[in-house]
Design a protein around this ligand. Sequence first.
Ligand code: PGA
Length: 261
Amino acid sequence: MSERPRPLVIAANWKMHKTAEDVGPFFQAFDREAPAPAGGIEVAFFPPFPLLSVVVGAVAHRADASTGGQDCHWEDEGPWTGEVSAPMIAATGAERVLIGHSERRLHFGETDERCRRKLRAALAAGLSPMLCVGETLEERDAGRARSVVLSQLSKAIDDLARAEYRRLSIAYEPVWAIGTGRTASPEDAQEMHEAIRGALASLATPELAAEIAVLYGGSVKPGNAADLLARPDVDGALVGGASLAPADFASILRAAHERPG
Ligand code: PGA
């Protein structure tokens, strides 16, 4: 495991689920079921904003765990009612933030340009951004999956500094696989992850590209996690539905621990 230049990351995207009173029972159960922290494997939690501080506290005892926001604004502060900025997220003790989740792109008008600005705001605030990219079913059927994904990637992360690339992770989430029960086949996922790694090598350097974790997301469950994680360029999972149940999420984390090689 220590041979890998990048960590495996198993991440929970709670979306708009759970309240503060759910957090204690969730982590009691998760701690019972989850494997003990091991080098090279990280677990991340992306709860709704009101739960950030609570989750930061709840995972403080786990050396492998971090917490992040599900989105951030591109400005640090200002007259933006309803928005949350990257420095505000960092001030809770959270270390990460999701940028450009497809539900933000689809329902909230998130453009590539906004993702680009948000990603830079996250880096400036000291957060580690996880950029989400992925094609719709129409785009896949039209043979445009790769060009769409690589365009989302290059528009958001060209011209970062070396140290900034080191704080980046990517989540490839085909939109047609999110919350639908349909998963990309491990072969399809590997093919896209390899393409993403190639693009990262051109945008940054091959050495930096090898250090960036590229997660897969879209209906990851205990039953399919091991197969997906067995692919060489699949460096973890961003899990929605199955991250709400502590036993299921712990079992996906276990699959990462048991990954051969
Ligand atoms: P899902 O969601 O696991 O419920 O498909 C994944 C995501 O949207 O991050």
